[in-house]
Design a protein around this ligand. Sequence first.
Ligand code: TYM
Length: 396
Amino acid sequence: MEIEEVAAAEQVVTPWEVSAPDGVIDYDKLVDRFGCQLIDAAIVDRIAHLTLCPPHRFLRRGIFFAHRDLNRILDLYEAGEKFYLYTGRGPSSESLHLGHLIPFMFTKYLQDAFKVPLVIQLTDDEKFLWKNLTIAECKRLARENAKDIIACGFDVERTFIFTDLNYVGGAFYENMLEVAKRVTYNNLRGILGITPEDHIGKVSFPPVQAAPSFPSSFPHLFPGNDQLRCLIPCAIDQDPYFRMTRDVAPKIGFQKPSLIESRFFPALQGESTKMSASDPNSAIYVTDSSKQIKAKVNKYAFSGGQASVELHRKLGANLDVDVPIKYLNFFLEDDDELDHIKKEYKEGRMLTGEVKQRLIAVLSELVARHQRARAQVTEEMVDAFMAVRPLPNMFG
Ligand code: TYM
């Protein structure tokens, strides 16, 4: 198995750390290093054509920018074969930040566009192993996070949400064992940077994240359909897990899962730091009030504008490092308005304060909408999504 170290000299991208010291992640380099492919305009057009849905702004704007074997999934879909979606969340904190919402918003679009089933893994076991949390707390967080995920609008007729601590066993566990038997300690060291001093829980976990890529892990959903293809939407930090999974898949008689991978939604301070639950000022959370959003954006969002108004009018803003523009790129739906703001700001006619004001409005609306949707999610709804049951109309 060929699994490379994922830490480049000047930027680090692992499932636990994402940072670029100069404030800009070099995604081309990352794609090169990881060995995935870029998503080009032809693929975006193809998805729109096949689904008869306008492409999501995350696709139009190259936010979901890389893939593995996406064309294979699309070829088969065109020929009438369906697939299933798999994504997940490690429930390490009470509230999600906006970055965590990105793959779920996108997965919701994919589910609606392709009309396919979806499995969502909540890795409460992973967070117990990596964080200083009790099992009971991880279980509680998984349920709370499930509410935020459900609030993204998933279709209960096509979606199965599970927590590892509840669901692992039976066919799922069999697949974990098949994976575990084919990954060496040296492979893992390369993928995840595990050292001999780490506890062995970290060595045992990766097969748990691999197993949902194989349909037989869900006998209640895909009985007798072991060759059903799987597509995994996630940010590129999860790629190491799935390089491992893809390497093992043919050895145990399964199809390799395909991936569709996004860039990172950056911290308010820019791409040189990570959004962190321990620093509430590094991120906007789905629980923030509009007052908090306003204060955080105004105070902490890193500006690519100039030091004085005079200089700014003369030189304009550096959009490559400007966080308000990066955030608008993710969340402002209107392409024309976004282009207009970028042009005016870059050429110095718009000031940072004005861009921030627009961003505050966009984020406040988004977060308020999420909060309203989440308030409607009941314990019964969580139970319904988590029930181990067949989904008879999942391809309908
Ligand atoms: P977790 O909880 O760290 O992250 C959940 C999902 O959010 C993505 N993500 C981001 N996307 C854009 N910008 C960001 N700043 C950002 N931060 C996180 C992650 O890539 C992920 O898709 N081990 C996983 C849980 C998991 C999983 C999966 C994720 C289990 N199976 C399958 C994706 C696909 C974890 O701890 O994710």
